[in-house]
Write a protein that binds this ligand. Structure first.
Ligand SMILES: Nc1ncnc2c1ncn2[C@@H]1O[C@H](COP(=O)(O)OP(=O)(O)OP(=O)(O)O)[C@@H](O)[C@H]1O
Length: 368
């Protein structure tokens, strides 16, 4: 799919204007705090109505204004379509092809994009929960059923933890634990299987992108690290048995801590570059390249599901990357519409083909 135009009205610091990008790479450049990220954020809202920077849509409305409006014309599902988002202090109105929508789910089905923002580096730099959420939001986007399974699992986990604390005061409650374990391990096994399948699919793609970005000098690998001994080829039944066994083994400790020691909520994903865990051993540029490869892999999975290329939104990706890596992102991502923000003037000279927009104090000018 591709964006044909997007009109911004009273959106953050942006002047009222219409951006008409090209089908390939679009560079949005300018100094710090001029409105470059605001442009990408506005585009991303069409993926489901949520910003990648804030939970509150009121923040998106320009200071001293009562509403903000975005109007997008895009080509997707083999036709030209329109989407409109109006944010007011009292609520939001979403229209797709002129028809008002009750929820933002209609947008998710129509508009498809992948975003990289510098905050995504936490995927490598921070603890396991960041990597679990990355993979979980990907599997939830893949199937609604996965979102429901995760929701139920988290609810059961809370209830089981509460029960563990109660058992210390009332031993007889121990008999009821097996009922919770049965349900928790059934759901946990399903989640872990889905995650492992997704990681396998992602790895196949991410490896290729990472080779491209690093010009063949680095090999990327992903490894699911299970807290209860799950292995890549285990079927759901085996996973459940292993999880149940771990619950039995850990019960004494769990009663002391009041929390479930192992399960889908304690697993991690190792992102490995040239055989070493990137969290501890990769340079800034390598970490950035690995996250970018994962994002591009995510785009490729989405392409398979939606039947068309998602729009790629890259916020400030080029800093910390050497010339070769920058060149790959600017000139070798074919078939997709790409939006890249950057501060360096030199980056626009590296672009072989595409469009360049200059942003200054919220005003946008097309240069090429
Ligand atoms: N609701 C709002 N109304 C008006 N201006 C806003 C609003 N929200 C944010 N801004 C302004 O937008 C500017 C930041 O824009 P943005 O984050 O797009 O910068 P940027 O060009 O991407 O900068 P950097 O290169 O530093 O990331 C800030 O000056 C900020 O004060």
């Amino acid at each position: 799919m591709r964006v044909e135009s997007i009109r911004y009205q009273n959106y953050r610091n942006l002047a009222d204007f219409t951006l008409t990008p090209c089908e390939g790479v679009n560079i949005i450049y300018g100094n710090n705090a001029q409105g470059k990220t605001n442009i990408l954020e506005g585009l991303w809202l069409f993926c489901g109505g949520h910003s990648f920077r804030t939970q509150s849509y009121r923040e998106l409305i320009q200071f001293d204004k009562s509403f903000a409006k975005l109007e997008c014309v895009f080509y997707g599902q083999e036709r030209r379509q329109t989407a409109e988002l109006t944010m007011e202090t009292g609520g939001r109105v979403i229209k797709v092809n002129g028809v008002e929508q009750k929820t933002s789910s209609a947008l998710i089905e129509k508009f498809c994009a992948v975003v990289f923002s510098p905050e995504n580096l936490s995927l490598i730099k921070r603890g396991p929960s960041e990597r679990r959420s990355f993979i979980d939001s990907a599997i939830c986007r893949e199937k609604l059923r996965n979102a429901l399974t995760l929701q139920k699992y988290n609810r059961l986990l809370k209830q089981r933890n509460a029960l563990l604390k109660e058992i210390v005061r009332n031993e007889r409650l121990k008999e009821t634990l097996s009922l919770w374990d049965e349900q928790l391990t059934t759901l946990g096994a399903e989640i872990v299987r889905r995650r492992m399948d997704f990681i396998k699919m992602m790895t196949e793609r991410a490896v290729v992108y990472h080779k491209g970005i690093s010009r063949g000098s680095e090999e990327l690998r992903l490894r699911y690290v299970s807290s209860f001994g799950a292995e890549e080829n285990d079927d759901v039944r085996t996973l459940k048995e292993k999880f149940l066994e771990k619950c039995r083994q850990s019960l004494q400790t769990e009663m002391l801590t009041g929390s479930t020691a192992a399960g889908a909520h304690r697993d991690d994903i190792e992102i490995i570059i040239n055989g070493k865990n990137s969290r501890f051993f990769a340079s800034q540029g390598q970490q950035r390249s690995a996250v970018l490869s994962l994002k591009l892999a995510e785009a490729s999975v989405l392409r398979e599901r939606m039947g068309e290329n998602p729009v790629i939104l890259f916020d400030d990706v080029l800093s910390e990357l050497d010339n070769d890596r920058q060149d790959y992102l600017l000139n070798e991502l074919r078939d997709c519409q790409v939006f890249i923000t950057c501060c360096e003037k030199s980056n626009k000279e590296q672009l072989n083909e595409g469009k360049i927009f200059y942003v200054s104090e919220g005003n946008v000018e097309a240069e090429k």
